[in-house]
Write a protein that binds this ligand. Structure first.
Ligand SMILES: Cc1ncc(COP(=O)(O)O)c(C=O)c1O
Length: 496
């Protein structure tokens, strides 16, 4: 390493092995030294010739570094008087303090004074860490069979669109989404889910999580109340928290959310969030009676219903249940869907079907936040749907998930039959195994995560005190050998 004498300037060390070029290292060193007050405004710096000679390098990198530092206002040059630190740089008293640890190292930013964040921000950090979501190991909830995705067809379609990128795919798009895509989605929803809508009512989002977040922002003022299922989807809780909403947990039974309990929720209740086709996480379907009661109550109380239809394409014993939106004659239901489960989560494409009078507010909100979702994948997915690949993939996955579900139920039964009760296995990509009372499901989930097994504790789905403990096991992304091996490990953890 070439060093400049300490008597002249603080030590400047160049690292010839570094990936950062010489000029950049010199530039960074001077900038840091000036910002930290190690060299003072007006202080002369060595000429490029002298510095290059001291460092035993060519003049070019030194010259380039000085030029950059002059352009950014750290150094200034005077004809005949050389180069010095810009005199306009504030002196030490006017600069943010640099805190140093005992060894002279820069201390972390936390020690430089109060660092206030909002109550909402704090509420987020109070959420317990969910270590079980960090891996893609066996039983990761919400994970489809990624290996089974028709990647060759998909890449052909991506290549086709990428080769001929049109202006409307590259430029700014409609906040509501790419029109051909919304038309394809409207058609699919009408035939497969009984949703009644025009393409103009569909807002394309980056997954249903964003859809929930937009609903919370547009429908609710801070401190307004939203009723959520208990137990329910933790991601919805987070979305409503981000809008400053107050959450009211409402119990579910075999027929879905207890509508009679909604009437006692008070006048500040603005919306209710539900998963009627496949309750998350317990898996029951909302009965026809409850659906009627809920729609009736919403129409009379003026409350919005947010229907999250996240995986109802996969129903094994009967035909898919028609959406609640399809039964709603009072335009009270906001319907949310996603391609994360039926295709793959990193696609980040979902949608909201809006009552017509809400379209303007939602579209304006989206425009003000992240404007619109990437158009390229919307165009690719339009072709994927229209050319029949989507329907074919759904049919294949329904069979595959049914086989995986059957194998998981058999394995649980064979290995732990007496200890675990299975619930909610009729549809979707996950089921719940109830644990004997008193067994700590979070502790099992944490230990399982250390072994690369990703089970979700049922207790994490309760806002209040958990009524039951259990494990939510996603089987969509777990191959048969994985299911066998992971159950073997889980058995040891449960029996321990
Ligand atoms: C019930 C439910 N809603 C919404 C989501 C969010 O899905 P995404 O944002 O990937 O579309 C999930 C994901 O697991 C879910 O399980």
């Amino acid at each position: 390493m070439n060093r400049l004498p300490a008597s002249f300037l603080p030590s400047l060390a160049l690292d010839p092995q570094s990936e950062s070029p010489m000029y950049r290292q010199i530039y960074e060193w001077f900038r840091r030294a000036i910002v930290d007050g190690q060299v003072r405004p007006g202080q002369r710096v060595p000429s490029t010739r002298n510095l290059a000679a001291e460092l035993k390098i060519s003049r070019i990198p030194v010259f380039n570094a000085y030029e950059q530092l002059c352009a950014e206002g750290y150094l200034e040059t005077f004809v005949g008087a050389g180069t010095c630190v810009a005199r306009s740089i504030p002196d030490e008293k006017l600069r943010p303090p640099v805190r140093r640890g005992p060894s002279g190292s820069r201390k972390s930013a936390e020690s430089t004074g109060p660092r206030r964040i909002s109550h909402r921000g704090t509420a987020f950090t109070n959420f317990p860490p969910q270590s079980w979501l960090n891996s893609l190991g066996a039983f990761r909830v919400s994970l489809p069979a990624l290996d089974e995705f028709p990647i060759r067809i998909w890449s052909k379609l991506v290549a086709r669109h990428s080769r001929t990128l049109h202006r409307e795919i590259m430029g700014y798009g409609d906040a509501m989404g790419h029109l051909p895509f919304r038309e394809a989605v409207a058609h699919y929803l009408a035939t497969a889910r009984g949703v009644r809508c025009k393409s103009s009512q569909i807002l394309v989002t980056t997954g249903s999580q964003q859809a929930l977040q937009i609903c919370a922002q547009v429908l609710l003022d801070p401190k307004d109340c939203v009723a959520i299922e208990e137990p329910g989807y933790p991601g919805a809780r987070q979305a409503f928290l981000s809008a400053g909403s107050r959450l009211i947990p409402v119990r579910v039974d075999d027929e879905g959310i207890k509508v009679t309990e909604l009437t006692g929720c008070g006048d500040d209740l603005r919306a209710v969030y539900i998963t009627p086709s496949h309750q998350y996480p317990l898996g029951m379907t909302m009965s026809a009676t409850r659906r009627m009661q809920l729609l009736n109550w919403a129409a009379h109380s003026g409350t919005w219903i947010i229907e999250d239809d996240y995986d109802s394409e996969y129903r094994f014993e009967s035909r898919p249940i028609v959406s609640l939106q399809g039964l709603d004659n009072c335009a009270r239901v906001i319907y949310i869907g996603t391609f994360s489960k039926v295709l793959f989560p990193a696609l980040r494409l979902g949608y909201v079907v809006l009552p017509e009078d809400l379209v303007h507010a939602f579209s304006a909100y989206r425009d003000a936040s992240d404007i619109f979702s990437s158009t390229l994948y919307q165009a690719v997915l339009t072709d994927f749907i229209q050319e029949g690949h989507f329907a074919r993939h759904l049919r294949r996955m329904r069979m595959l998930y049914m086989e995986r579900r059957n194998m998981l139920v058999r394995t649980i039964d064979a290995q732990l039959g007496k200890k675990l009760e299975v619930v909610g296995a009729e549809a979707g990509m996950h089921l719940v195994t109830l644990l004997p009372r008193g067994v700590d499901d979070s502790a099992i989930a944490r230990k399982a995560a250390e072994r690369g097994i990703s089970v979700m504790p049922l207790s994490s789905c309760y806002l209040g005190r958990p009524v039951r403990n259990g494990l939510v096991l996603g089987y969509g992304g777990a191959s048969p050998p994985q299911i066998g091996d992971a159950m073997h490990e889980l058995k040891k953890l449960i029996q321990h």
